[in-house]
Design a binder for this molecule. Structure first.
Ligand code: ZN
Length: 65
């Protein structure tokens, strides 16, 4: 088994798009199913979700200035 980044069994590369709801249905299903069974990716997902919530807050602050 070689480490092919295009065939990652984990879904870390998709988590950013998953948080932004930018994946198609198949990918969304795959990520959701994987997160239920993989503590590592679930932890990364929480971090990405928090970071993106913070970024959204920062962005709305910027808009007000
Ligand atoms: Zn994983």
């Amino acid at each position: 088994m070689s480490a092919d980044p295009g065939d990652d069994p984990h879904v870390r590369l998709l988590l950013g798009a998953y948080v932004l709801d930018a994946l198609d249905d198949g990918e969304t299903c795959r990520v959701a199913r994987h997160l239920r069974g993989c503590d590592d990716c679930a932890r990364v997902y929480v971090e990405v979700a928090e970071a993106s919530a913070l970024l959204a807050l920062l962005r709305s602050d910027d808009l007000r200035e």
